[in-house]
Design a protein around this ligand. Structure first.
Ligand SMILES: *[C@@H]1O[C@H](CO)[C@@H](O)[C@H](O)[C@H]1NC(C)=O
Ligand SMILES: *[C@@H]1O[C@H](CO)[C@@H](O)[C@H](O)[C@H]1NC(C)=O
Ligand SMILES: *[C@@H]1O[C@H](CO)[C@@H](O)[C@H](O)[C@H]1NC(C)=O
Length: 374
């Protein structure tokens, strides 16, 4: 209780400052930045402190996390508390371990003014065989109405998880949670045409999420991106009333281009929707930026120039962005390698400066409601 009271006080201070500056007419729609860490629920207190202090020092406001099984062996040399998926063996039989780990995490992120995007399933889990793809196959997961209803029940279960110390369901925790999303990169393995042909799945899941949230909630509903810009932005998602933010994932250098991004900003504005750049990164290797699982290391100066250029090009198009990913430990250069270890990495100061520039840049859309808290 003491915890909650003191944090409520700091929240009210933030609201007061926001309201004061806004009523003085100083604020124009403002951008922000943040990061991804898909296995964040497993971090120890010490790892959380390193990561979140570093993000806070970079003015980062949002961290995107996933709810899917994770072991230390599947991370980037981060020794985590392993955890199951929320439905490890049977659809509808829930293991809340990951949710309870995230309960701890979100107290520490909130204390640093960082809100979470909670991605409640991942295409990666389907592709590697989880309870849903084992039962329905990957296409069946998206198309079978029983599968849709069972997946909706999972979303409802997660949003109604009662925080173990705050004793409120997550769907009420808007000071802690920026957005819910149904699935990371839904349908990407089935190709762009499949995504184009099945826009309703996202809108139906978003409607399930929206219907759980209290009316007027400042928790947003977002999509979970796709493989590149054109795939990530579907008209049916821009037009879906339950989707507040359409998320862009893109790694190809051609997509990290102000002019190109601006054409999608225009589409979103025309539909009365919003975009954010939810995943991008600068490859550690000297390969094409979207092919980053092998190669020779780029020299640090070139990689840093890429980071600054692409971050600023996204910022110039008016989109907030989340980097893939900032690590609490040194980047071990395992597998696909866009990561930057907080504090230790020679590219961290460059990313940090780009993030601080984003924090004071104008945005193409008004995101102030996302930070109002209660
Ligand atoms: C959905 O999946 C269930 C269980 O596998 C199956 O019995 C049913 O026929 C499927 N429905 C359709 C429309 O394919
Ligand atoms: C961005 O794309 C535009 C239009 O295709 C092109 O003219 C411009 O050179 C690109 N900018 C950069 C920095 O690559
Ligand atoms: C992984 O982390 C351990 C310490 O936890 C360290 O000794 C080792 O060098 C790291 N491996 C790589 C490849 O960075």
């Amino acid at each position: 209780m003491v915890f909650f009271t003191s944090h409520l006080l700091s929240l009210f201070t933030i609201l007061y400052v926001f309201a004061g500056v806004a009523s003085a007419g100083i604020i124009k729609p403002r951008s922000f930045s943040g990061s991804n860490l898909y296995y964040a629920p497993g971090l120890s207190k010490a790892q959380r402190t390193v990561l979140l202090d570093g993000m806070q020092s970079a003015g980062m406001k949002v961290l995107r996390v996933w709810i899917s099984a994770q072991t230390t062996a599947s991370t980037k040399n981060t020794t985590i508390t392993p955890y199951n998926s929320v439905e490890p063996d049977t659809i509808g039989v829930y293991d809340d371990t990951v949710l309870e780990l995230l309960d701890d995490f979100m107290l520490d992120s909130f204390a640093r003014g960082i809100k979470l995007i909670i991605s409640m399933h991942s295409y990666n889990s389907l592709a590697s065989g989880d309870v849903y793809s084992d039962t329905y196959g990957v296409e069946g997961f998206y198309e079978n109405t029983t599968a849709q209803a069972q997946f909706d029940a999972r979303l409802v279960h997660i949003m109604n998880h009662k925080h173990k110390t705050l004793r409120l369901a997550w769907k009420y925790l808007s000071p802690f949670i920026f957005a819910f999303e149904a699935e990371n990169e839904a349908m990407i393995g089935l190709g762009q045409q499949y995504i184009v042909d099945h826009p309703q799945w996202q809108c139906d899941r978003a409607t399930t999420i929206k219907n759980q949230l209290p009316k007027g909630s400042n928790i947003m509903v977002t999509t979970g991106g796709a493989s590149w810009l054109d795939e990530s932005v579907q008209q049916g998602w821009l037009d879906c009333p339950a989707i507040d933010i359409v998320a862009v994932h893109a790694y190809g250098a051609g997509d990290l281009n102000t002019t190109k991004i601006e054409s999608y900003v225009d589409l979103a504005k025309a539909a009365g929707s919003r975009l954010m750049f939810q995943e991008w990164g600068a490859c550690y290797y000297d390969t094409a930026n979207n092919v980053c699982d092998y190669g020779d290391a780029l020299d640090v100066a070139t990689r840093n120039a890429n980071i600054a250029l692409w971050a600023d090009q996204i910022t110039a198009a008016g989109l907030p962005w989340l980097y893939w990913q900032v690590l609490p430990n040194a980047d071990p250069h395992y597998d696909y390698d866009y990561e930057i270890g907080v504090n230790t990495d020679p590219s961290w100061p460059t990313l940090k400066k780009a993030a601080l520039r984003a924090a004071v840049a104008p945005a193409a859309f008004d995101f102030s409601d996302c930070f109002l808290g209660l």
